[in-house]
Ligand binder design. Structure first.
Ligand SMILES: CC(C)(COP(=O)(O)OP(=O)(O)OC[C@H]1O[C@@H](n2cnc3c(N)ncnc32)[C@H](O)[C@@H]1OP(=O)(O)O)[C@@H](O)C(=O)NCCC(=O)NCCS
Length: 331
């Protein structure tokens, strides 16, 4: 059987650092409030004129180089984002053109915080089935254009940052190494809990004058509901992937959770009885970068040599939809 594995990883963060103190100059918040509730200290914001596909292009080039490949080796592209360049066409084709990848298929994944893991499951299936050999999977976000930097939007505005992370997925020469299992879940009954209302195709036209002024252009979230479900579903899906593979929590060398909130991840680790240091964290530096957070973390982890060949890792995520997912990998 062909097994798929991650052949290379890359990341890109915009240079502009925005601290909690910078946000506190724009609306009523404080470094203490943000750090206590989320663990975030600073995040990066892209400048005006920068698209999510621009961030993705930087991360993708690094991932391809890290895999020891050339651009022309890539035979399929998957782009996960909740902040696409435009509503259509998808950001995948913009990235394809920016990288100069001619005529390969491009698939856009719109699964918010679990977009990367949903994309990974698709890339894994394509490679295992022998359909494609080198799939570029990128998660990228420009959140900073769609955050409400007033008191009305402060609950959401403090959480998010911009960035991109990319991987190349291809066949593993050693069938014991690679992506072992990915579990994907969703529960659309909770779709209204974290969403952006502005694009409403049931309205004619789909964006009204009222929706431009009544707050619909900003994301809305019931934070406590997100928190409550996240701390239940994250341990649940981790336990399910472990059970399927006859593993215990102690067999895992490193957990790489989506970076939504340090408290959520601490809670989840505690529920599983896993030491906090086994749950990787970099949220202090970047905030929540949604589809980009797991590949950004993975790229840092490899650079710091925190994992090595044959280590077992679990990537896990929860977010808007609700959607949640976990992937077990033997590195
Ligand atoms: C957002 C979150 C940090 C808010 O924490 P919380 O303890 O639930 O806070 P609440 O919403 O109950 O608000 C508590 C108070 O802080 C205030 N507040 C909200 N945002 C604030 C901010 N940025 N700075 C200061 N005060 C703020 C609220 O207005 C409220 O004030 P009140 O008591 O006077 O009404 C928390 O709910 C959370 O982390 N949820 C998960 C969010 C998430 O991860 N989303 C992305 C998922 S992918």
């Amino acid at each position: 059987m062909i097994r798929a594995r991650i052949l290379g990883v890359g990341r890109y963060l915009p240079e502009r650092v925005v601290t909690n103190f910078d946000l506190a100059k724009m609306f009523d918040t404080s470094d203490e409030w943000i750090q206590q509730r989320t663990g975030i200290v600073e995040r990066r914001f892209a400048d005006e004129g920068v698209y999510c596909s621009d961030l993705a292009a930087h991360a993708s080039r690094q991932a391809i180089q890290n895999a020891g490949l050339q651009l022309e080796d890539i035979d399929f592209l998957i782009f996960a984002t909740l902040s696409p360049d435009h509503h259509f066409p998808g950001s995948g084709v913009y990235l394809q053109a920016k990288l100069g990848l001619s005529e390969i298929g491009c698939l856009d994944v719109r699964n918010q915080c679990t977009g990367f893991l949903y994309g990974l499951a698709v890339a894994d299936a394509f490679v295992r089935a022998g359909v494609y050999k080198r799939v570029l999977l990128v998660g990228a976000e420009v959140h900073s254009s769609a955050l409400n930097f007033t008191n009305a939007g402060r609950d959401v505005a403090v959480l998010f940052g911009d960035g991109a992370g990319a991987v190349v997925v291809g066949p593993s020469e050693d069938e014991s190494r690679g992506i072992l299992t990915t579990h994907l879940h969703a529960d659309g009954r909770y779709a209204e809990i974290l969403k952006l209302d502005i694009w409403d195709i049931s309205k004619k036209p789909y964006i009204t004058e009222t929706s431009l002024t009544n707050g619909d252009i900003w994301p809305k979230m019931i934070g406590k509901e997100v928190f409550k479900h996240a701390v239940t579903k994250i341990p649940e899906v981790i336990e399910a992937v472990l059970k399927e593979n006859n593993l215990k929590t102690t067999d895992i060398d490193l957990y790489i959770p989506h970076q939504a909130n340090l408290r959520i991840n601490q809670f989840a680790a505690h529920r599983l009885g896993v030491p906090q240091e086994k749950f990787y964290s970099n949220i202090e530096a970047y905030g929540n970068t949604t589809a980009a957070s797991i590949p950004i973390a993975l790229s840092e982890i490899l650079e710091k040599k925190i994992i090595s060949e044959n280590n077992l890792i679990v990537m896990v995520s929860f977010g808007s939809g609700f959607t949640w997912a976990a992937s077990l990998i033997r590195w």
